[in-house]
Design a protein around this ligand. Structure first.
Ligand SMILES: OC[C@H]1O[C@H](O[C@H]2O[C@H](CO)[C@@H](O)[C@H](O)[C@H]2O)[C@H](O)[C@@H](O)[C@@H]1O
Length: 555
């Protein structure tokens, strides 16, 4: 397990103090662990202690005197490769309103592109921000730093915007992180180095190679990819499991190297764990951080009781999406090895991808449902389960009743990752199964059918999920699959198009436009303007053009 840095421990203390002072209304704990220190940590600590000991100061006065504003350790980047309307930009989007919308999305990169200030490189111990060597593109809003899996969709959008140099820069930052830590942390903050996020570096490198055919870029990425692959395939992520015929397989789970409250959400995690015994709290904190590694924080996918965060058991689950991402990574590394003339690696990685596909078919595929399903290593709903999350030398035995049969888009992500190639007999079953799943709603694909109040559940329609499912169905080369891909794309682009144009009263107008078909609470907040949504909007435009050429309608 990893430990807090001294700065993180101190800022978590500030976070707790801020909660006491400000109360929990609109309280964002992340603000406090993002504070850059103006002076050294020892002198800042001293000032803080004297503030409380003597009770002669104000909390806000302390913050102003000793801390800079969150996010002030980054500067806007000057995007030297940006052009207002680059040559060849979305040549297939001719409808003027749609083109105007796409150009607005394109111009939003200005808001999200930053560079790390020199002082962070000089005094890294005064910042939780990791000093990345190249300019960065952040998701936006309260996410002022690079995020691992967000970067993939950001890169897809940057490539549509012909920002090739920026795209390379942000992927090189990920390589830098992999080479420095042996894996890519959740985000570029020291407090995110206790876990990773869904592994999409190889696919980001592939996207850039696809556009530029630059083999030297692939060569640069190769060592980082090997490191990252090793991270996901070793303990504690690796899981041994015997299938129904007694054949042993190796699959992968999410597993955070952490069993304390997440520093960026410490006050929230402590609240969730309230009332538990000390050892139960440590285990819950571990499963919470592990859910953050999955990118799905939080979701009924990870809970024994789907509505109770206290029952999270994330690292006892073999997730479909993670294993599909790893098949994709193994195939990509094999292809890169081929390009680089490394035939031993090529053979080795194709073999790994093939073994993992076999394992996914044996353990995660559910023939009756026509979907891949997450697999619970422990019996779900087993209160006080005796299983030890720190035991690695275990070989599990497959039990069909341990499949999670709830509907999630992640069950269909193998289509995007090359696990189910065109022509595979599973494709028709997966298309039918998706159509019956209830996941497709007027505004796009919902994250689940369960209304738990968690952000990775019904009815939120997250950009990356739309993208992976749409591209997955498009890749099937099946007529029905391609039609489905176009339909989902149209629904989700309209969601964002309408929402974006109606800024100001965006939410109400959006709901009215959709004749109340969309969730009653206005849950489908269009996400245009957020890093990954920008990337997804632009790349869907590029793939499908604009399907709703005329007028947006409600029927
Ligand atoms: O601050 C709480 C959590 O925030 C992040 O998660 C969410 O935003 C990320 C950035 O867009 C996204 O990658 C993730 O999928 C979202 O759930 C962060 O990644 C978490 O680790 C963090 O605890």
């Amino acid at each position: 397990m990893r430990n807090h840095t001294d700065l993180e421990s101190f800022l978590v203390m500030i976070q707790n103090a801020a909660l006491q002072v400000e109360g929990d209304h609109d309280f964002d704990p992340k603000v406090y662990v993002d504070l850059p220190l103006k002076h050294s940590l020892p002198s800042t600590k001293e000032a803080f202690v004297s503030l409380f000991q003597n009770n002669n100061g104000e909390f806000n006065h302390f913050l102003n005197e000793f801390c800079d504003k969150p996010g002030s350790d980054l500067l806007p980047d000057n995007l030297t490769d940006f052009k207002n309307e680059p040559e060849g930009f979305l040549a297939n989007v001719t409808n003027p309103a749609a083109r105007d919308f796409a150009l607005k999305m394109h111009s939003l990169w200005w808001l999200l592109a930053r560079k790390v200030k020199e002082r962070v490189h000089k005094d890294p111990h005064q910042h939780t921000l990791i000093p990345l060597p190249n300019p960065v593109v952040v998701p936006g809003a309260r996410f002022r730093e690079v995020y691992y899996w967000d970067t993939y969709w950001i890169v897809r959008g940057l490539l549509v915007s012909k920002l090739y140099e920026t795209a390379r820069n942000v992927v090189e930052n990920l390589m830098f992180l992999a080479n420095s830590f042996g894996f890519i942390p959740n985000g570029a903050r020291t407090y995110y180095t206790n876990r990773s996020q869904p592994p999409l570096l190889s696919e980001a490198v592939m996207a850039i190679y696809h556009e530029t055919k630059d083999v030297s870029f692939v060569e640069k990425a190769f060592p980082a990819l090997l490191k990252e692959h090793n991270f996901w395939c070793a303990d504690p992520h690796r899981v041994h499991i015997r299938d129904a015929n007694g054949v042993e397989h190796v699959l992968t789970r999410y597993y955070a190297m952490w069993d304390e409250p997440r520093p960026e959400s410490s006050t929230i995690d402590m609240q969730i764990a309230k009332g538990l015994e000390r050892h139960q709290r440590a285990e819950l904190y571990h499963h919470i951080a592990t859910a953050a590694e999955s990118g799905w924080d939080f979701s009924s996918r990870w809970m024994e009781d789907r509505h109770n965060l206290k029952t999270m058991k994330t690292s006892f689950i073999l997730p479909v999406d993670l294993n599909a991402f790893l098949v994709q990574m193994e195939n990509n590394i094999a292809l890169f090895a081929k390009l680089l003339g490394k035939s031993d690696y090529e053979k080795h990685f194709y073999k790994l991808a093939n073994s993992r596909k076999i394992a996914m078919d044996a353990i995660l595929w559910n023939e009756e449902m026509g979907q891949y399903l997450d697999y619970w290593l422990v019996k779900r709903n087993a209160t006080n389960s005796a299983a030890n999350y720190k035991a690695f030398e275990v070989t599990y035995d497959f039990l069909p009743e341990h499949h999670n049969t709830d509907a999630y888009p992640s069950n269909f992500i193998p289509l995007w990752c090359g696990v189910v190639p065109p022509g595979d007999r599973k494709i028709q079953k997966m298309i039918a199964s998706f159509k019956e799943s209830g996941l497709l709603l007027p505004a796009g694909i919902t994250t689940s059918l369960l209304q738990t109040g968690q952000q990775w559940d019904y009815p939120n329609a997250w950009a990356p999920l739309q993208h992976m499912i749409i591209e997955g169905f498009a890749l099937t080369e099946n007529e029905e699959g391609i039609a489905l891909a176009k339909d989902i794309s149209r629904r989700w682009l309209e969601t964002n198009y309408v929402g974006y144009l109606e800024t100001g009263e965006m939410q109400e107008k959006y709901d009215a436009r959709y004749c109340g078909k969309v969730g009653s609470g206005g849950e489908y907040l269009p996400q245009a303007g957020f890093g990954w949504s920008n990337g997804v909007v632009l790349s869907l435009f590029e793939r499908f053009g604009w399907a709703a050429e005329k007028k947006l309608t409600c029927e």
